[in-house]
Design a protein around this ligand. Structure first.
Ligand code: FAD
Length: 514
């Protein structure tokens, strides 16, 4: 017994010694890299966390690149170390991931926001359509500010703009404009990528198209997005932003689908959310929206009921305000919401797009931003969304006071099937984002995670055929089934662009070849 214990202690000591040697040789070789930016080895804790606030992996180092060649040198160096080095590489945008997707244990995190190659460069003259060239670590909010100086703006957004270009393009980038323009990955002309071998490649529909399509929605698996060329359009100045309520899910979904069908240009933005067990709802809306009929609105009671809020927006310039007001009135008259619940606001385009930042500030001031976020995001086929709603809203999910439940349809025909992004097969599918926060004094993380699992189990048992957005799986089999027909291409691209499997290990799809 004593001999076995001594042997175990000796074995563990040997392993620890070998790991220490391995780390110190990795550190010294990384330190020798000639970089414009720098590598940080000590204060690396910030890169071990993310917005989800549940998963933590401490990296060996954080690279703050000042140039694309800094990124290429570091990756090439790790690639040249070969399979016996355990070092992996994770690009980190803002770390707004939920389950450690931008982390690497004992590897190198690349802090993409440091890569300020240049300010966003707007090209509006001489090109058939305007575009902007941006760094992969640029925040969408900065792109908005810069492009608005030229009266232009990107076409497709996320609800929250303090996210990086590389981070959203690695997923899809969806918001209420996606029904018209497709997700953000459908609005990119060109990318510059540093592959898992340290090669710097430009890619587009015409050049290195396999890499271009693979990287879009590719969960960071094939390389680092260092630059992107993003399509722009003329920016409106103002937005008419409206909310109305429905009691019946089917009426709500019917109206949402009508608004995104055909080449409907009734609204520029269509989203919605579910309200369960909330009191004083319309009073809280009254702080930023005006009721069309304040007396009727004051009589409306939301208490306890499950309600569905349609949220739409129409863009305009001051010159077109009168025409728009008439058009909006006509479009609303075709919908079947509860008439007493029409609320509207007029805000600038920038205020509208940056609306979630206002909530962020409020939550930060209450200490409720940096709490755990066991969120799930699902893509539900349109033909089964009624079944999903019946089974989940008000049944499995009985309260929405700890975070919104967003729901809106998009059209698959606006998504390029050649990209790595995975969606249901039907033309219309819904994003359902259940964004519950684990706020002290309310449901804890475990309870929320269990509830999320019940939603997934229910959907599986009912054969709803949904897909996860911002997916999180732990086994190869689950990933294979998530990617479905795209799996073989995904694996082929991985072995072509990242043969050692060193990139974005936090997604837990592949392991580094050793
Ligand atoms: P990170 O979390 O840092 O990275 C995400 C993944 O991409 C990681 O695997 C990382 O390694 C990889 N990656 C990051 N940068 C690069 C790069 N340059 N090259 C290659 N790989 C890279 N998403 C939507 O689509 N629509 C929304 O409306 C929306 N709203 C959100 C609201 C909030 C409050 C939050 C926190 C998130 C929201 N998201 C939304 C999700 C968001 O798109 C993802 O979190 C996404 O990962 C972007 O975050 P990030 O830039 O911080 O990327």
């Amino acid at each position: 017994m004593l001999i076995v214990r001594s042997f175990t202690v000796l074995l563990l000591s040997c392993i620890a010694f070998r790991l220490a040697c391995c780390f110190s040789s990795s550190i010294s070789s990384l330190k020798a890299l000639p970089l414009v930016g720098h590598l940080e080895f000590e204060h690396v804790h910030h890169a071990s966390k993310d917005f989800g606030n549940r998963y933590q992996s401490l990296p060996l180092a954080v690279l703050h690149p000042k140039s694309v060649s800094d990124i290429a040198s570091a990756i090439r160096h790790i690639w040249m170390m070969g399979p016996h080095s355990k070092l992996t590489v994770a690009a980190r945008g803002c770390g707004h991931s939920l389950q450690g997707q931008a982390q690497t244990r004992d590897g190198v995190v690349i802090h993409m926001e440091s890569l300020q190659i240049q300010k966003p460069q707007v090209h509006s003259v001489g090109a058939p359509t305007p575009y902007v060239d941006v760094s992969g670590g640029e925040l969408w909010i900065n792109i908005l500010h810069e492009t608005l100086k030229y009266g232009l703006a990107p076409k497709s957004w996320t609800d929250y703009l303090h996210l990086t270009v590389g981070g959203t393009l690695s997923n899809a980038g969806i918001s209420g404009q996606a029904f018209r323009h497709g997700p953000q990955i459908s609005n990119v002309h060109q990318l510059e990528i540093v592959t898992g071998k340290g090669d710097i490649l430009n890619c587009s529909e015409r050049q290195n198209s396999d890499l271009f399509h693979g990287v879009l929605g590719g969960l960071g698996q094939f390389g680092i997005i260092t630059r992107a060329r993003i399509a722009l359009e003329a920016a409106p100045t103002m937005v008419k932003w409206m909310r109305v309520l429905y009691e019946e899910f089917s009426a709500f979904a019917r109206d949402q689908e009508r608004l995104i069908s055909g080449d409907s240009s009734k609204f520029d933005y269509v989203e919605g959310f579910v309200i369960i067990n909330r009191t004083g709802l319309l009073n809280s809306w009254g702080l930023s929206f005006t009721a069309q009929d304040p007396v009727q609105a004051s009589l409306f009671k939301s208490d306890g009921r499950t309600l569905y809020c349609l949220e739409v927006a129409k863009y305009f310039t001051l010159e077109s305000k009168h025409v728009i007001t008439q058009e909006v009135k006509a479009s609303l008259s075709e919908l079947s919401y509860m008439s007493s619940t029409l609320f509207s606001a007029e805000v600038t385009y920038e205020e509208f797009l940056d609306r979630v930042h206002v909530s962020e500030m409020k939550l930060r001031s209450k200490g409720q931003w940096e709490v755990p976020h066991p969120w799930i995001n699902l893509l539900v086929p349109g033909s089964r969304v009624d079944d999903f709603a019946k089974g989940v809203f008000g049944n499995i999910l009985t309260d929405t006071s700890n975070g919104p439940v967003i729901i809106y349809p998009v059209n698959k025909s606006k998504w390029d099937n050649r990209t790595s992004a995975v969606t249901p097969e039907e033309e219309i599918f819904y994003l359902v984002a259940i964004l519950t926060s684990a706020v002290p004094g309310k449901d804890g993380v475990d309870q929320i995670v269990k509830r999320n699992q019940r939603i997934l189990d229910f959907s599986e048992a009912a054969g709803l055929g949904l897909k996860q957005y911002l997916p999180h799986y732990t086994t190869r089999q689950e990933w294979r089934s998530h990617f479905g027909a795209k799996w073989d291409d995904f694996v082929r691209r991985k072995s072509r662009y990242d043969p050692l499997g060193m990139m974005a290990p936090g997604q837990r799809i592949f392991e580094k070849a050793v």
